[in-house]
Design a protein around this ligand. Sequence first.
Ligand code: SF4
Length: 464
Amino acid sequence: MIAFWFPGDGEEFEYDVRGLLGAFFPGETQVKLDNRPEILPEDCVFYAVPSPDRTLPYEDIKNAWKRRIYDELSSLTGRKLPWGTLTGIRPVKLVMQKLEAGERPAQIAEEMRRSYYLDGEKLSLAIATAQKERSVLARTHGVQGYSLYIGIPFCPTRCAYCSFTSYPLAVCRDQVDPYLDTLIYELEQCRPLFGSRPLDTVYIGGGTPTSLTPAQSDRLLSAVCRIFPTDDLLEFTVEAGRPDSIDREKLAVFKQYPVSRLSVNPQTMQQKTLDRIGRLHTVEDFRKAYDLARSMGFDNINMDLILGLPGETAADVEDTLRQLKPLQPDDLTVHALAIKRTSRLKMEAEGPVKAEVGEEESRAMMRAAAEGARDMGLFPYYLYRQKNMAGNLENVGYAAPGKEGIYNILIMEEKQSILAAGAGNISKAVYSDGRIERADNVKQLRDYRDRIEEMIERKRRLWL
Ligand code: SF4
């Protein structure tokens, strides 16, 4: 446990304090105290948060104060953090803003070292990623255009590490058609909000969109293409996700529509791990699904990998990358496992699926993935971080030149409005003056259906 206290001022930055404490003391419970305690439990670390220096120029106050806290926690723990004082989920955004302001990479690197203690391989990764993102974003209509996200919150079964809105088909199969009714109604009602603006990307995610039957997939895709203009589309992704949900009939349906990018996700190529986390598909199922998609002409296929799955080591990650190389994916998204409150892994942390990866091992895994991606001719093009991430690391998307997932960059860099339809999804309006506003949809299937008018009204307020 880590207990902290603000003896002076600075409480408005509590969120940042928690971020740094979480990074230096991963997995520890944080408790904020009202005053210095007389007695503390033996295994509890106490930290008195210093006051920020208010004599500094306003824009420097927080960064200088975070550096001071970093220095204190670093000498307390003997540790350095790979991302320096950056605790937010979008570390590349800062670099991007500087590039947009016309700063040169060498100048940006110097500032990032000085202001945020960001250095070494993470600094190089942030700059290379921002440069790549910029070149991809130049192909979009930016703030004039918009993107569409459609969520299908059903999966064959629930994975042990899942923290998404996802309902297992075994208990929810009869709810899929009513859900599609509501979803299509939501799309119809929201379409007029965008007038003649060009639609740049469509992303159907989940859950597992390929949980739908071929007839249900056909119904959804035909509705999307009837309701929305697809002439200007740069990308249309369907997350095929679980290999055990993919078959020829479903892929043939996708081929009738402008689906240009698929995601087929092995997560790992270690069978023992798949068994442990409840994926219920085999490595062989993945190979077959991938080969099938390739043979049917899909020429932009992403694969998701997760690092830090229970029982895995850096050697397992190296082996996974070795097995994937001959398959030549176009895009590889590498996730460091984030343990969230809603995931079974966390709830069962004392049980058979305990997930604990040491910091050094996490970094070794990340390096193995980066080297494996480079070896396949893939380059970093977007990244983001999450709370509770194994080893305080990041998720990185690597792609072959020209095969970058445009929607992934748009959602990270917040350069364009995203209409998000379906239970549990959050729409985001990006205005030309840089303001960003959000409207979220309720998560429960029944609430989504019963309160759909309210969900639509929330979006009208964003865009009308
Ligand atoms: S396939 Fe994805 S969304 Fe579905 S249960 Fe597994 S992790 Fe969750």
